[in-house]
Write a protein that binds this ligand. Structure first.
Ligand SMILES: [Zn+2]
Length: 161
């Protein structure tokens, strides 16, 4: 079992906090198979709402199980409980770990942010739900603070821990 953290870095404009919604949030990832080195072309998602019991340890679960197309090995990933964190205004300009995966047989190599983010604007402004970051950026207007809000230049990185 290998623990791998996903780190993100983004530019936030008048935003206090960026976080994934609840357990239904889907982390879209691409993986490399550790046995044969096959790099998946397809995006797969890992979500706490989507699980299968792990065998033989039935007390734990897998949030994604995929079979490698090349070597047919069954690999899996689990989101580590309580590892999900927000990216905040204090993290600006640096990478921050926002989730950690327990990976068995696969290594994530790419992340696509997509939908389901919650954005809290600064100075007591609005909270936007179900924000879509698929385009790599997001721009809105907060009518409570009368300020433009935005998320730009999203970058991601993986780190073995
Ligand atoms: Zn393989």
């Amino acid at each position: 079992m290998v623990k791998i953290s996903l780190q993100i870095k983004a530019t936030l404009e008048n935003i206090e906090e960026l976080k994934p919604s609840g357990p239904e949030f889907r982390w879209y990832l691409k993986f490399t198979c550790n046995s044969c080195g096959e790099v998946s072309q397809k995006w797969n998602y890992v979500s706490s709402d989507n699980y299968t019991p792990s065998i033989p340890n039935r007390n734990s679960v897998h949030h994604l199980t995929i079979k490698c197309k090349l070597c047919s090995r069954e690999n899996s990933t689990t989101i580590i409980e309580n590892s999900i964190k927000s990216y905040t205004a204090e993290d600006l300009g640096k990478f921050k770990e926002i989730v950690t995966f327990d990976c068995r047989g696969i290594t994530p190599n790419d992340f696509s942010p997509r939908e389901g983010w919650i954005v809290k604007t600064s100075d007591g402004g609005k909270e936007f739900r179900d924000v879509d970051l698929s385009e790599g950026e997001w721009v809105e207007y907060c009518d409570k603070t009368n300020k433009a809000v935005g998320i730009y230049e999203i970058e991601s990185n993986f780190e073995r821990i």
